[in-house]
Ligand binder design. Sequence first.
Ligand code: G3P
Length: 219
Amino acid sequence: MKIVIDSANVDTIKKLIDYYPIDGVTTNPSIIVKEKRPFLPLLKEIRSIIGDERMLHVQVLSSTATEMVEEAINNREQLGGNYYTKIPVTREGIKAIKELKLKGIKVLATTIYTPMQAIVAAKAGANYVAPYVNRIENLSGNGIQVVEEIRTMFDQYNLSCKILAASFKNVRQVQGVCLAGAHAITAGGDIIESLLNHPSTQGDVEQFQEDWKSFYREE
Ligand code: G3P
């Protein structure tokens, strides 16, 4: 089970890496634009913060397979380490995934809303698929069920592709995809910080300290 940060904010990434068992960072064009910084220097800084072993997922911006492949090769050269190209599951995207597989470049197939999109991407050679749980629920679908069905199909057909569930609004959705068999989740800093939340935990810790001090403070 992997926990990945869905953010390009270097302060958020530094803080989460310091405290939590983080396996990598995912980005997309909308996330990167929020930082209002030049693209490659920002990603290089993220790489230096997370080190070479953690995954760094960077989405292509082109719309043709040929250009997507060129972009992926260039980004991998620039960023190095455990690098994944994020490719949307358009028709051109699937063609690009097949070519990247042949070139040995790892792929996260993204913008997944249905199990069939996931199957096609997995067969094309994607290493991960990213079902968009909350965006599916915004369309009145069941994002957790989509993850469960993808997992059932991957197991049934013995596909090695893994599920990196994405797009979360709350911890209930994250827990749901963990139960449904997601291999990894990617979420923003606020959601990752919320994974530990339970009102009783802080209360228990305070009570332990009170009890301890009530005797040992005098000693
Ligand atoms: O990684 C995909 C993700 O960034 C989409 O999340 O919260 O914008 O639906 P969201």
